[in-house]
Design a protein around this ligand. Structure first.
Ligand code: ADP
Ligand code: ADP
Length: 223
């Protein structure tokens, strides 16, 4: 369970991107829906410990995320919105390198990790190709593969379907849905269908505030 209480973020220029956000996010897929500028990326970066909130607390299980960001990072998988700058190395070598950075030191463990992730994300046949030449859908699946290194218990994906064609989108969303029930997966998006199709629970963020929270079907029945 991820629990945010009174989370506020005010940028140096005075923009109040998050305003007293409180929400409890159980295991499973959770949709964070909102228009551009709502504060979704700010919230995702804050939970991912790339930004410190101006006020508020964030807990993930026993972890006080604001006080001990390194504890969260050890169990976090993050696919940022701007995940898109790729070196000319192969998918296999890049994942292997990222596994080293995540602390998977034994060569045998790394090989098992990388092979499993390449298979899971349907990239096995592309493992020797440079990521720079991947299609949008392949890049996003690679982005999920790197986010899954080390079996994180919290996975954050920020606007992952932007720029994907319908087939790539479905493939990507089905992959997310498979990832697991004991894991908290937060899917941030401005696309209603991404959430309605996949997420048992969701919240709507607008102007930095949670406007609605609940099961998608209940919320849609109300509007
Ligand atoms: P922080 O409060 O986290 O230090 P800043 O307000 O200093 O953030 O801004 C960080 C950087 O983001 C600056 O270079 C700033 O110009 C840039 N920036 C400002 N406005 C926006 C915006 N609307 N979206 C994205 N980046 C922005
Ligand atoms: P979303 O991801 O929902 O599009 P963001 O979190 O990117 O929303 O932005 C929320 C608000 O904060 C917007 O008004 C945006 O312009 C502003 N903002 C985002 N980053 C910065 C920054 N670094 N500095 C100042 N303002 C920012």
């Amino acid at each position: 369970m991820l629990e945010l209480t009174g989370v506020t973020h005010v940028y140096a220029n005075g923009t109040r991107a998050l305003d007293d956000v409180s929400v409890s996010i159980p295991a499973g897929m959770f949709g964070l829906l909102g228009p551009n500028g709502a504060g979704k990326s700010t919230l995702m970066r804050t939970v991912a410990t790339l930004q410190t909130p101006t006020a508020g607390t964030i807990r993930f299980g026993d972890i006080d995320v604001v006080a001990s960001p390194e504890d969260l990072r050890a169990t976090l998988g993050y696919l940022p919105q701007d995940f898109g700058v790729y070196p000319r190395v192969s998918a296999y070598d890049m994942l292997d390198h990222m596994a080293v950075l995540k602390g998977v030191h034994s060569a045998a463990d790394r090989r098992a990790t990388v092979e499993t992730l390449l298979a899971q994300t349907n990239l096995w046949t592309h493992r020797k190709k440079a990521i720079a030449g991947f299609s949008g859908g392949m890049r996003q699946r690679f982005g999920i593969a790197q986010a899954l290194i080390g079996n994180p218990r919290l996975i954050i994906v920020d606007e992952p379907t932007a720029g994907l064609d319908p087939e790539e989108r479905n493939r990507f969303l089905n992959l997310l849905a498979e990832i697991g029930e004991n894991v908290v997966v937060i899917l941030s998006t401005h696309i209603v269908e991404d959430v309605a199709d996949l997420c048992p629970r969701m919240a709507v963020l607008a102007a930095g505030r949670i406007q609605l929270e609940g099961a998608p079907l209940d919320l849609m029945a109300r509007t």
